[in-house]
Ligand binder design. Sequence first.
Ligand code: CMX
Length: 437
Amino acid sequence: MDMLKQKFIDKASALGAEVKEILREHGERQVDKVTVSQVYGGMRGIKSMVWEPSALDPEEGIRFRGYAISELSRLLPTADGDAEPLPEGLFWLMLVGEVPTREEVRWVTDQWTRRSNVPSYVFKTLDAMPVEAHPMSQLTVAVMAMQQTSIFARRYAEGMNRTEYWDATYEDTMNLLARLPRVAAYIYRRTYFKGDHIPPDISLDWAGNFAHMLGISHPDFKSLMRLYLTIHADHEGGNASAHATHLVGSTLSDAYLSFAAGMNALAGPLHGLANQEVIKWIFQMMDALGTREPSEKQIEDYVRSTLSAGQVIPGYGHAVLRKPDPRFMAQRDFAERYIKDSPIVDTVWNIYKIVPPILQSLGKVSNPWPNVDAHSGALLVHYGMDQYSFYTVLFGVSRAMGVLAALCWSRALSLPLERPKSVTTAWIKKYLAAQPS
Ligand code: CMX
């Protein structure tokens, strides 16, 4: 058994025993009360699932196994000569709850390199699609094509014992994570560069090799990819892509089927697609104003016209966060360290000054602050990646680490089929009528 797998099952066995005990002693105790607004309102705040890799605090933002993003930058191993954390280290941390050593991170890089071969029929499947197909649709199709190679699906069909589900899920997770950069880079190059593909460089780390295969040659772009793939990896379990992965996984669908479901959720404009919408909106504003350097007054007028047209300001607001997203701040910090004089970055910073008070003044927006998507596109544009319809694929490659680490935990803890109860409005009315007001 490999060392990460061994470490994972040791931790999972210990936590599994603890959970059994918690359920035996406290199973009937109440965690929370549910309100009628929550029943109608997208289940906001209802505590109804466990998710080990990360937890989200409305004020402080995301913590991966208790560590804030600022701490990860200090604690996780980096590539030689780089300051940004290696995403492989975050995956290790999310899976087993320990900050890995340099050697352990190197081991993950090596594993993912060894497992990165993508069957040629997957590329042929992609080539059968029109290049105009949205890159997120292409990603889901490629993941579904790879499902044919699922170790979980094969072993399940052969009659696998349920005590081995976690093992097969771990194998699928490692293989899928290893292959995703290759698949995503293939989609990028076929969609925007007439299929002029760049072979992998196996001397590089996971994110560095991804940057290389995308074909963006600026050396800082590798650093950006390392940071980008780290900070987008997980946002606890209730967000739509994580929850969709979890829900589908709860039927014992394998990692490929489950992750593809999560990616379909990420492709929605209220979720991950917001990262493309932000830059699309900024480009539209610049075109409408006829300048690449809009003034604060011009931005303010454009924000108001967007709201009057009944549209949201993409990249602002959040279902849980109530402060500026630390992932936005981490990208701002990256821009401060690496980028001088970029009109697109300056515009993003000006939007950050202007949008929150306007949203606040509407009196209905729960969180007027920027989320992760408000900044990411500007960094990509700066390094020459202005094909914004690809941006959500980058988010998806990163998000795979969190949702698949969580899927390993679901299998190891034998979490059951997810099946919440729905009610009709007639039931709500009857229930309310029977309650003292
Ligand atoms: N611009 C304009 N109006 C906004 C807004 C924004 N950025 N954010 C919220 N509102 C509005 C909502 O549309 C809602 O209006 P109605 O009551 O008229 O329907 C009202 O404010 C209350 O919504 P909320 O409680 O503040 O926010 P929700 O939890 O319902 O939704 C989110 C959260 C992210 C969908 C919402 O803020 C939004 O649409 N933001 C823009 C899209 C975006 O950036 N999404 C990415 C989120 C991060 C990610 O998943 O990647």
